[in-house]
Design a protein around this ligand. Sequence first.
Ligand code: NI
Ligand code: MN
Length: 228
Amino acid sequence: MGSKITFYGHATIGIETGRFHLIVDPYFKGNAAATAKLDELKAEYLLITHGHGDHLGDAIELSGRTGAKVISNTEIGDWLDKQGVETQMLQVGGGLQFPFGHLKMTFALHGSSLPDGTYGGLAAGFLLTTLQNEKIYLAGDTGLFGDMALIGEEGIDLALLPIGGLYTMDPTDALRALKLIKPRVVIPIHYNSISQLRQDAEKWKEKVEAETKTKVVLLKPGEGYKVA
Ligand code: NI
Ligand code: MN
C-alpha cells in the first residue's frame, strides 16, 4: 500500500503512511488556499520545516487537540517546548527512526524566524523514508542549491518542491533543481496561494516532462496522490 499525499493548499501536506497521519507545515487558519478544517484533521506527527507563520501555522493548536508530536529543528523545538508542546528535535544532517519511517533533516536555503521574532535556527527540509521504503523529499521553502544533487543520490520517488518564486525557487530554478534531484515524480507547492506567487503550473509541467524523466503531478488544494 503506497503512502497517500494530500495537498491542503500553499505548503501544507498530509502524508498517510501505514497507520500514521503526518502533517507537514500545518497552516490552515490563515491559509486562503486551505480546504480542510483544523478541527477535523487527524495527526500523530507534525513536521515543521521552518519558523515562518505560513509553515509553523496552527501547529500548537493542532498538537494540543490531537496530541501530535512536533518534529522540527532544536530552536523551534525549544520554543514549542516552553509552550507545552511535545517535540522531537533534529538538526540539519541528522535523522531518526520513527514508528512511521525514517526522517532526515535536510538543508534549505531560506530564513526561519518565529512569529514573535525569536531566532528559529536553520530552515530545513525533510527526507522521509517510509516503512515501505518510499523516499519522499520535502524541500521546504528554499532557493536552488547545488547540493540538491546529494539528496538526489538517495534515489527519490517523490519530491515536493516550491515553485512560486519571490520567497523560494521559481519554475525555472525548480526545473534546474529537478535536474539535480531526479525524482520519479514531483508535486509543485508554494504557488498560486497568494497573488504574488502566481505561476503557470501547466506550462511548467510540459517543460519539465519535455526536458527530464520526472513526471509532474499537479494537485489542487484538497486533492491527493498515492505514491506508487
Ligand atoms: Ni518561509
Ligand atoms: Mn513560506
